[in-house]
Design a protein around this ligand. Structure first.
Ligand code: NAD
Length: 367
């Protein structure tokens, strides 16, 4: 029996719809398994701008730091699109990642067999299923490096180059080591295979990445390591997706490859994610999708990505494995019974449900 404080940031658009239902799912888990979850609802993103003028109020970050885990819906929407970059709702995400030290982003890409029709690849490429765990470095690299504009000077033939822009990629041994360990630890509980994705034929950061991953791999002799250039990885993901298991990547490569891996497994409404920091610190769990303003308030959003994110939270931060399994099994059962939200309704035989009804089906399927 455990008692846990969960910071809930519903955010904007469909965020409140999918997080409310997910909290109901978690309450049912608490009742069935004898735990207590205390939810504290917090502001971030567009709704925080409207209420406080800030995208990430200091009180939100402070409450998240004190919590056991954070559940986030999504932030952003057209209402705030004209704000300058630093004042936009999406800045809240960077603030939360940096403020909570969330350096490891786990994005599983699983093809649920019931949703195989959602996969855009031919059957022969996915006959063995898809079960990939992308482990993306989240607080370093080019997204956090020095950037700016400057005078581009003259070209070799004397032409004025005009203004130039630059972004900087840098990685330290510590940053690579800690993300590599997350990847190897995960691999130990899976098929014991790690793919190190980089561009070591060109980039110095990638060469350091390979050196460090190679050193860390010595601590995990049972785990097989395959090094792959990112351009090749993006091809192999559509050619032989079943061969991949844990993929360790830098921030930018992981950002791109996880969207590709997500796409080949079907709808964005099915993809959960976890962002983890130092052991013992709160992790943040959120669906991969955004605030979907086009369907907000219409009871059309697929809540499963957020519900599956909550399962990851139980497994990775709260240490409640059988409870996580219970949620994942409930989702599989509902899908196998033919229930779908509109984004994953590919066959005429399925029964289309709204957000609330899908959530209730999952709740009723928890054993
Ligand atoms: P989006 O993911 O919100 O929507 C893309 C498409 O997928 C839309 O057609 C939408 O209806 C659909 N969709 C998304 N989630 C769905 C779900 N759960 N069920 C059914 N359909 C779903 O991406 P976007 O339109 O590029 O962005 C909308 C807003 O969300 C923007 O302001 C963007 O900045 C923000 N955003 C936030 C996050 C986040 O909070 N982590 C991530 C991505 C985008």
């Amino acid at each position: 029996m455990g008692s846990f404080n969960i910071a809930v940031i519903p955010g904007d658009g469909i965020g409140p719809e999918v997080t409310n239902g997910t909290c109901e799912v978690l309450q049912v888990i608490a009742q069935k398994y004898g735990h207590s979850f205390h939810f504290e609802e917090l502001l971030a993103g567009g709704s925080a701008i409207d209420a406080t003028g800030e995208t990430l109020p200091a009180s939100t970050l402070a409450a998240c730091k004190k919590s056991d885990a954070v559940l986030l819906g999504a932030v952003g929407g057209p209402k705030w699109d004209s704000l300058p970059g630093k004042q936009r709702p999406e800045q809240a995400l960077l603030g939360l990642r940096a403020g909570l030290g969330l350096y490891a982003n786990l994005r599983p890409a699983v093809l649920h067999k019931e949703l195989s029709q959602a996969c855009p690849l031919k059957d022969k490429y996915v006959a063995d299923g898809i079960d990939i765990m992308i482990v993306r470095e989240l607080t370093g690299g080019i997204y956090f490096g020095e950037r700016g504009r400057r005078d581009g000077g003259k070209s070799p033939d004397g032409q004025d180059m005009g203004q130039e822009a630059y972004d900087t990629e840098s990685y330290s041994v510590l940053e690579i080591e800690r993300i590599a360990r997350v990847g190897f630890e995960l691999a130990m509980g899976r098929k014991k295979k790690v793919f190190c994705i980089d561009k070591a034929n060109i980039l110095e950061t990638s060469r350091l990445w390979r050196e460090v991953v190679g050193r860390v791999s010595l601590e995990y002799p049972e785990v097989e390591v395959e090094y792959m250039y990112v351009d090749n990885a993006s091809m192999q993901l559509v050619r032989r997706p079943s061969d991949f298991d844990v993929m360790i990547t830098s921030n930018i490569f992981g950002d791109i490859l996880s969207d590709e891996a997500g796409m080949i497994t079907g709808s964005i409404g099915m993809l959960p994610s976890a962002s983890l920091g130092a052991p013992g610190k709160p992790g943040m769990y959120e669906p991969v999708h955004g605030s979907a303003p086009d369907i907000a308030g219409l009871n059309k959003a697929n809540p499963l990505a957020t519900i599956l994110s909550a399962a990851m939270m139980l497994r990775w931060t709260l240490g409640l494995r059988k409870e996580a399994d219970a949620i994942e099994n409930a989702v599989s059962k509902v899908l196998s019974e033919g229930y779908r939200t509109i984004d994953i309704a590919y066959s005429e035989e399925c029964t289309v449900l709204g957000t609330r009804e899908m959530t209730q089906k999952v709740i009723l399927s928890i054993v």
